[in-house]
Design a protein around this ligand. Sequence first.
Ligand code: NAD
Ligand code: LMR
Length: 337
Amino acid sequence: MFSQRLMCICKNARSFSTTSLKNVKVAVCGASGGIGQPLSLLLKQSPLVTELSLYDIVHTPGVAADLSHIDSKSVTRGSNGPESLKTALSGMEVVIIPAGVPRKPGMTRDDLFNTNASIVRDLVDACAKYCPKALIGIISNPVNSTVPIAAEVLKKNGVFDPKRLFGVTTLDVVRANTFVANAKGLDPQSVSVTVIGGHSGVTIIPLLSQVKPKVEFKSDELSALTTRIQDAGTEVVKAKAGAGSATLSMAYAGARFAISLCRGLKGESNVIECAYVESNVTEVPYFSTPVILGPNGIQKNLGLPSGLSSYEQDLLKSAIPELKKNIQKGVDFVHKK
Ligand code: NAD
Ligand code: LMR
């Protein structure tokens, strides 16, 4: 059921966990949704997770009862509605947030702002109060704006630590690995693509000049592949024809990211993921680059990989104005009168 890569992460986690006394308490906010349910299922299978706290405004008792019958060692519990946020979040070390509405065909991610901004604001406000040290991974769109919203809320509460807040962009990496592997006849599990920038359209910048293992692309192939990676979310939205956006691939990507956070928390070395984080590697204050994860969240931001091609430098130039606008929109939302 797991792919080899997630299997491998889980196996590493298993051998690692045998040397450690304490594993990680993880909460999923939006746990009853299209992403939340399969994400929670994948996390329930991880030996790194001691306690899985499922929060949503609907259906969590059922989701938690169902998952709790799985014979893995983590304790699963469900909390329903805002009055249970204290119970849901107290003591949590990792909080993953896929709460909020998904796109329908014809919408941009930014069209979700009006609904999702306040959902993320209120959930992160609760994290600030009940688990201020937790590593928080934001999946809810538009990620380019919801992460700045989360940061401003944490700042307002006096608990912002930029090393502990992440926009989850792992799905862009997973897609890039898959599409490159398909184009070159490789095993997707053996391909590694770095994707930098943000999580929407032109802000998604796959570094196809730096794929491991090394692959070559003709220029038309390069631009077609880049566009496909940038528009992959829309590809799924169109295919689902009104029934939402990517859920299963996102659950896979979200589980990979959450488990990487847990591995870092437990002191495993060299755990690296791309994530959209507070950043000074470009002129915009939030930007996705590879980061090394450790016991306190980001141990080191690896920054912009050196030697970007001129094509990638042009992609970067196009991404910056859009990111600036998206970030400012998030910041303004929290500080509006
Ligand atoms: P969904 O509608 O299936 O599920 C969303 C869940 O959030 C529902 O169960 C809903 O009850 C819950 N929810 C709503 N308000 C809440 C609140 N205040 N507190 C807690 N839970 C609340 O949607 P989905 O398909 O799971 O997508 C969720 C979000 O993830 C969307 O915004 C979507 O755009 C985004 N997404 C992001 C990525 C990414 O790569 N970062 C990928 C796919 C989807
Ligand atoms: C994705 O990339 O699949 C998500 O951001 C969902 C969307 O709206 O495209």
